[in-house]
Write a protein that binds this ligand. Sequence first.
Ligand code: ADP
Ligand code: ZN
Length: 750
Amino acid sequence: MVTVDVILPLAIADIYTYSVPEGMLCPPVGVRVLVPLARKTITGVVYRQHLDDSTASGQIHVALRDIIEVLDEQPIVLPSQLSLWRWMADYYLCTLGEVMAAALPARLLDNDYIARTEVYISLHPRFTDVEQLQPIFNSLHRAPKQLKLLEYFLDLSDAFDNAPHPVDQRQLIEQSGESTAVLRTLIEKNILCASHEVVSRIPSYDTDIESAHPLTPQQQRAAEEIDTGFADAKVCLLHGVTSSGKTEVYIHLIRQMLDQGKQVLYLVPEIALTTQLTDRLKRVFGKQLGVYHSRFSDMERVEIYKDLLTSQEAKVILSARSGVFLPFSHLGLVIVDEEHDSSYKQQDPAPRYHARSVAVVMAKAAAANVLLGTATPAIETYYNAKNSKYRLVEMHERYAGLSLPHITMVDLKQQYHRKEMYEHFSDPLVERMREQLALGKQIIIFQNRRGYAPYISCRHCGFVPKCGNCDVSLTYHKRARSLVCHYCGHTISAPDCCPNCGGEWHEFGVGTERVEDEVIGIFPGARVARMDLDTTRNKKSHQRLINTFARHEVDILIGTQMVTKGLHFNDVSLVAVLNADTMMQSPDFRSYERAFQMLEQVAGRAGRTGAQGEVVIQSFQPDNPLYTYLQNHDYSVFYAEQVKERRMFRFPPFYRLIVLTLKHRDYSRLDTAARELSQRLQAVFGNRCSGVIIPSVSRVQNMHIRTIRLRVETAASFAQAKSLVMQHVQLVQSLPNCKGVIVQPDVDPM
Ligand code: ADP
Ligand code: ZN
């Protein structure tokens, strides 16, 4: 009997074995097959063939069931991808199916036959211009659902950007949240129309190709050092201060690769935050650039995936972390830009992978090079570079001889004591802002919390509104007049007064909305904008906001960590941080590292052209050494300090960590399981295993949470340790009083 092992997108078993029915050719490795599972049909990918009667290696169901259908003629997953999946499943302690579900665009694994016939929606041909829609808008005034759907359609179809294209019906329905009935009405009214036509959606960038800038001597030297590093088969770390022109070095190296006919993967932390970079790369690489976008519809992702699979052309793909899953066949270089950024780590669901680590593994298998770039390296990365595992390449000077920004500390204790504060703005900061506005400059204010106030409390009885599902207080959003749980999204409208006693609310803490109100209060004439998750949910709004600020139609931009990342604005002369201390107060061992990175990055937005930029940091503890390192832009002293602590307190890079997160609705069952597991692991690992840890948010979406942390010496066998851990996890999960408790392993947690 001929059988095949199939990967199914499930977390239960790694591999499932099916028989190939008489008369069906044995499907090759990497093609999709439709198979029965219990009473369902499900799409999987062939992992291995067993052409004779030799034993199949997967989980065998009592009676082996037949494959129903082979869906592809050619493999859609390459052998190199399958071995990367295998590595990821083993390293990150999950199933091949979980990796596959993350790796393939959802549409490729869709089991819904009906959905496979795609329907595209476009504007009815009687409209030749969006302007002609004005009477329609007026007529839909009383049909808000149709109006909303139409607006979503126009946005998704890029109708206002003069590049209208059809929109996938499912995407439209999903994103607008309206029903197909509403859509049908619009079609019956001849406003929209539906078709089955497949239109290529990969935007092609026909813009004039611009040549790359000639490198400066410093950049030239860096590029040469990187080349030697690559020749020695080393991962290179390009540590270049903000605005040293790392992008120019990347462009130079990408060009070299493309000229050799190789593919390049260019990873960035969050693709949505990189419109400026995308534009720059489009101008240099034209059609050779592909953008793999998490905000793209799945259809567009499928197209890029398939294009890469079938085309042999040299390409550079710009992508967020999921780019590591693309089917590269002749990869030459992987660039991990802003390698320190924690969004390279996938938190949920499994695989909980770090794209930087995966990039190193995939590049090694393909004999390709890896370049990590940042102004603020992760401690682990810099350690590797200092200990010759990686090649360290440095650029100390900003482009065009500009100075790094000057950082001034403002002592909040003193300011409050002397009553020299206007709400959350100290007098010296207000003074600086006034000065810069008068000079016609722009200002960025960084406050890493969205909403108006992190929580509100009754002035009379002290009542604090909390989420019904999670163990957290609700954040007050003034604009939306609502209280929102930032963990599960639960939203209620904000009551005018305390529901217990009718008392007045007191708003605690500061979010970006409140900062915006205060700024408007202080500078009534200034043009103010806010950039956070709430103002950038829409596909285009983020880009619009950046463009508006870049065109200097806004004077003051207030934002969360979104404003710290990679942006380049000519007229920004001042950056302010309202309260920097909060970043260091989290109990995480990385909190100082994160604070340093975030502050150095946001400071790096100031003074990128012209005069030296200014940064004002308000703090209750201005003497904290971290601020001194920042003021001197001295990463290496900061690093030395951190590494000492990491060694002393047994953290990475000296130890590897695994965090086990246990979850259950029933508090006592969870508690029993957590104690069982921690005791058993302590028996094996001694004090490398923690006791049961109650996390600061110990209930989310009605699931109680406990964690256990394990540290393993870097020199020890990590694989062996992990296998022991998983044995005990399974053992505990099978105990009668622990059944049903979820255990999620997180390897190299962030
Ligand atoms: P980084 O990524 O190191 O923060 P960028 O690559 O964004 O720095 O460069 C900062 C600015 O300097 C950009 O506006 C860029 O166009 C300009 N720049 C850097 N290098 C050059 C160069 N060799 N020629 C012309 N402009 C450059
Ligand atoms: Zn909640």
